[in-house]
Write a protein that binds this ligand. Structure first.
Ligand code: ATP
Ligand code: MG
Length: 328
């Protein structure tokens, strides 16, 4: 098959070949599976995106677009454009991506299915204040839509209204996003990958091991813990395959699949969960079309289930094709 791996470029030099590592990994894997593969990297030039796709006319786009130009939500309209161009692509479409990126909307979808989530309030500049009831301090304040722990750090956990309003203002100013304040869920943190459509199946849960985390700091995966390789937070955390009693593993997997379905995620995604001492499982967020890098939690979990990287990538391709009716 003729496949195009579609990706964003950080730099506005549209000829730069500095791709996210996952791009070359996926492209190489697809070639290894016998496909004819091209990579199309675009920063923020729509004409270039359209002409690149029209020239290549792929049977399937492997979509690794995370943003468009400087717009961190630009991955959503890009999938809409792929739909308009009549192209088939892996992962969720504009509607599904929109639902899961907005963590307030996500909760409303979860509520209908009786899935547990932290109680919350949304502070938006355009719309009225929105809340699901009385909230108990401390609260965790994060951007409503941004991901990758953007805007999440030492000040995210607030204990009073003053600190809350300061964070809300800072998120509006720095990220131009509404703010979401949620009840802080103390407990173990799990990432559960889900693969499939009509028969979505959960992968083995991965747990964040906070053992090496600095004392006295709330145990959360903030931007330091995720990206600052020299920080104590980064060095003090690692993702490991969770060792769990069967019953608990099955419960985590069920919540993950339920949340994945509630958000109508297509092909693949990852659900971030917290488990309290009393055994309640809270959904923190659903990541449709989650990160697929070889050492990501998703790939690691698939591998633990006997699905190695090439088989995982092949599975995603086949799931997408099946959705479109399996025709070439
Ligand atoms: N309500 C909460 N209670 C406790 N910890 C939380 C809560 N919300 C978020 N966190 C912590 O902050 C981290 C990042 O939050 P979240 O997953 O919502 O953001 P994100 O930036 O979208 O992440 P990702 O990079 O996974 O897309 C979580 O992994 C968790 O450690
Ligand atoms: Mg997350």
């Amino acid at each position: 098959m003729k496949l195009t791996v579609l990706t964003y470029l950080d730099s506005d030099d549209e000829n730069s070949k500095e791709y996210d590592p996952v791009v070359t990994q996926v492209a190489r894997t697809l070639r290894g599976l016998g496909h004819r593969v091209s990579i199309l990297g675009v920063h923020g030039d729509v004409k270039r995106l359209i002409s690149g796709l029209s020239r290549r006319r792929p049977d399937l786009v492997f979509n690794l677009m995370e943003m468009f130009g400087d717009n961190v939500f630009g991955d959503i309209p890009v999938t809409g454009l792929l739909d308009l161009l009549g192209l088939r692509y892996t992962g969720s479409g504009p509607g599904e991506l929109y639902l899961s990126q907005d963590k307030g909307l996500t909760k409303k979808m979860l509520a209908f299915e009786d899935i547990l989530y932290p109680r919350y309030a949304v502070f938006s500049r355009e719309r009225a204040f929105e809340t699901g009831g009385n909230l108990r301090m401390p609260l965790f304040v994060k951007p409503l839509r941004s991901d990758a722990s953007l805007g999440i750090g030492g000040k995210s956990l607030v204990h009073d209204a003053m600190a809350l309003m300061e964070r809300v203002a800072a998120i509006g100013k720095e990220l131009n996003d509404a703010a979401l304040a949620e009840e802080y869920i103390e407990g173990r943190e799990f990432y559960v990958g889900v693969l499939g459509n009509a028969q979505a199946k959960a992968l083995p849960p991965v747990e964040v091991d906070f053992t090496g985390f600095p004392e006295g700091v709330p145990k959360v995966m903030d931007s330091k813990a995720k990206w600052d390789e020299r920080s104590k937070e980064y060095k003090g955390t690692k993702s490991v395959l969770a060792t769990l009693p069967d019953e608990l593993r099955a419960r985590l997997q069920k919540v993950a699949v339920d949340a994945y379905r509630a958000l109508r995620v297509r092909d693949y995604g990852r659900v971030d969960l917290r488990l309290t001492d009393t055994g309640d499982i809270y959904v923190l967020e659903v990541n449709a079309s989650c990160y697929l890098e070889r050492s990501s939690e998703f790939a690691m979990a698939a591998n633990a289930m006997g699905v190695d990287y090439p088989r995982l990538i092949e599975r995603i391709v086949n799931l997408a094709l099946e959705r479109y009716g399996g025709r070439r």
